[in-house]
Structure formats: structure tokens, C-alpha cells
Design a binder for this molecule. Structure first.
Ligand SMILES: NC(=O)c1ccc[n+]([C@@H]2O[C@H](COP(=O)([O-])OP(=O)(O)OC[C@H]3O[C@@H](n4cnc5c(N)ncnc54)[C@H](OP(=O)(O)O)[C@@H]3O)[C@@H](O)[C@H]2O)c1
Length: 304
């Protein structure tokens, strides 16, 4: 990222003198390699042997990053982490205006920049207006992180139409239309990145949370579908966290129980998610992928 800007990518310099424009294109193909100087074996340039790749680190500085549901909790942590990398942070909130103000203040007092916008993501017309306002305000949108969510217990026998609409409307439909509007804009601008926050419940559903898990499974399918349709200019990936930040009402006993369900016997930290997001923003060769960050929780039952 940005996808149309080589400064974000690794450039291969074969060091073999003058080359034809066709060869040059091959030799200047960009692809990710580990940090630092690296030897890149052939496969990209017939007969050229090994070439040295020179790192041109991706610049998050000045990139416009919209994070939905970022006034508080995990979204806020992601916002602060990316602000620390120099990104211009666009906080989105629905009801937490005061918390959004506070988060923006924290970003600015740490030397960062940002803005905040309100929208109810259950309403497509508000999503359209959110993305338009962001583009008017910032000039262009480079990164969208779909993090907004609602999460409450919904045993199948008692789910109402309203519960279903609230959960699917926020967690799936909202993320879909945010991505649609942002993706069309990013395509016109030549590139961008979308990162969706799913949940391991979208892979193996939590009991009593069917609509939430259905929405999060939908986020995984949406990630793959959008990765295909928005390629090659936009990368679309998802993160499926396990237990990172329990509901604010959780007791220490409940938290200990959650931690004991992982292979690593602990809760994840918001930084585990933020680090994955930073990776996804800095690499240019990953799309349609789902990153499970759960301390081995999905595997844990098999280890019994
Ligand atoms: N926390 C975890 O351990 C964990 C684990 C797995 C997956 N995840 C996923 O990670 C993401 C962040 O988790 P979280 O726990 O920080 O989320 P959260 O606190 O449940 O929700 C984040 C924000 O979503 C916003 N939101 C809710 N309904 C909305 C609506 N109708 N329109 C617009 N915004 C709405 C709320 O904004 P306002 O407060 O402004 O109303 C809320 O602050 C979520 O997608 C969640 O499913 C989290």
C-alpha cells in the first residue's frame, strides 16, 4: 500500500546493466521479501540468476485510514497504533461521540492527525454519506478497516427479526456497503487496502451467538469475493481474532476461563491485532487471506 505507488514496495535491481524494456519490466517487478537486504532467487526473471532486492519501506505516513467503530476498545487501539505510524486517522463512531473526541484528542496530543465522523452503519444511506464526507475532507481514502460490530447473546430459539437485522445489518451489511463505496473510490484512485475484522466464531460458531457468527462467516466470504473483484488494485484481507478484549462487564473468573480455552493459556492483546494490520498495510502480495489470531483456540479442542 499504496498499490499504485512504488515507494511502498520492494524493487528488484538485477544489477546487470542495460536491459530491454520487456526485461526491465520483469526485473523491476515488485514483490515482498523479508525486512533488510535479501537475496531473491529466480523465477521472476528468466536466466537472470540471483538478484538483490532493495527495501523501500511502505509509508503509512499521511495515508488516510478509516476505521469503523473506533471511538473505543479494539478500534481505538488500532487507531492509536496506526496514528503512531503517521497515518491520518478517520475515526468513525455511532453513539460514542465523547469517546471519539477523547480518542481524537489522544491522537493529536501524541503528534498525530485525524478527524471523526458519525454514522449508523445499519443505514446504507448513512454509509454513502460517511464515505463521501471522508473523501471530501481528506481528498482520498487509502485504507478501510471494518471493525464496527454488535455482539450480544441470541439463542436460536428466541432470536427476533430485530435482533437479526441489528446484528447482520451492522456486522455484515454495514461492512459490505462501506467496502463497496470505499472500494469503488479506491479503484478510481488507483489502489487501496481493505481489512475486515471477522472472528473465529465465523469459522467455528460460538453457541448462542448464531447471527453474529453467521455475519462473521459472511465477512470471510465477503473478503474473498471482494479480493477477487477488486484485484489487482485493492487488497482485501480479514483477521479472525479469538478472545482479545472481553466485554467490559466480564469478571476476572470469566476472563481466566476464556484464557484457559486457548493453547497458549492466555488472552490475546489488542497489539496482536494491530501488528497484523500493520503487516497487511505494509505488504503488497497478500489478498483474500484470513489471519486467525486466537492463541490456538480453534485447535485447542483437538489437543484434549
Ligand atoms: N473484542 C474481542 O476480543 C474480539 C474478538 C473477536 C472479534 N472481535 C471483532 O473485532 C472488532 C472490534 O471488537 P470490539 O470488541 O472493540 O467491538 P465492539 O466494542 O463490540 O464494537 C465496536 C464499535 O462498533 C460500533 N457500532 C455498533 N453498532 C453500530 C452501528 N449500528 N453503526 C455504527 N457503528 C456501530 C460501536 O460504536 P459506538 O460505540 O460509537 O456506538 C462500537 O464502539 C469487532 O468487529 C469484533 O467483532 C473482537
Amino acid at each position: 500500500m499504496p498499490l499504485n505507488n512504488n515507494s511502498s514496495q520492494w524493487t528488484v535491481d538485477s544489477g546487470q546493466g542495460t536491459v530491454s524494456s520487456k526485461q526491465k519490466n520483469i526485473r523491476e517487478a515488485t514483490f515482498p521479501v523479508p525486512k533488510g537486504q535479501a537475496k531473491v532467487t529466480q523465477g521472476f526473471s528468466p536466466g537472470s540468476g540471483e538478484a538483490t532486492a532493495h527495501l523501500k519501506p511502505m509509508e503509512l505516513k499521511g495515508k488516510n485510514v478509516l476505521i469503523t467503530g473506533s471511538a473505543t476498545r479494539l478500534g481505538k487501539y488500532i487507531a492509536l497504533a496506526l496514528a503512531g505510524e503517521g497515518a491520518h486517522i478517520i475515526l468513525h463512531y455511532h453513539t460514542s461521540k465523547e469517546k471519539a473526541h477523547h480518542t481524537l484528542k489522544e491522537i493529536k496530543s501524541a503528534g498525530g492527525t485525524g478527524a471523526m465522523f458519525k454514522a449508523d452503519l445499519r443505514k446504507v444511506v448513512q454509509i454513502q454519506s460517511l464515505i463521501s464526507k471522508v473523501i471530501d475532507d481528506c481528498g482520498q481514502l487509502d485504507v478501510l478497516i471494518n471493525s464496527a460490530s454488535v455482539f450480544f447473546s441470541t439463542p436460536i430459539s428466541s432470536i427476533t427479526e430485530r435482533d437479526w437485522d441489528t446484528i447482520i445489518g451492522t456486522n455484515l451489511r454495514g461492512a459490505f456497503f462501506c467496502s463497496q463505496y470505499a472500494g469503488v473510490h479506491m479503484t478510481e484512485k488507483g489502489g487501496g487496502k481493505i481489512i475486515n475484522i471477522s472472528d473465529i466464531g465465523g469459522i467455528v460458531p460460538w453457541k448462542n451467538y448464531a447471527p453474529y457468527c453467521i455475519a462473521k462467516a459472511g465477512i470471510i466470504a465477503m473478503t474473498k469475493a471482494m479480493a477477487k473483484e477488486f484485484a489487482p488494485s485493492i487488497t482485501v484481507n480479514a483477521i479472525a481474532p479469538g478472545n482479545i478484549l472481553p466485554p467490559d462487564t466480564s469478571s476476572q473468573d470469566e476472563i481466566n476461563q476464556l484464557a484457559s480455552k486457548t493453547l497458549l493459556k492466555r488472552m490475546g492483546q489488542p497489539k496482536d491485532i494491530a501488528e497484523c494490520i500493520k503487516y497487511l498495510l505494509k505488504t503488497d502480495f497478500v489478498t483474500g487471506s484470513i489471519f486467525v489470531i486466537d492463541g490456538g483456540q480453534l485447535l485447542a479442542p483437538l489437543s484434549l
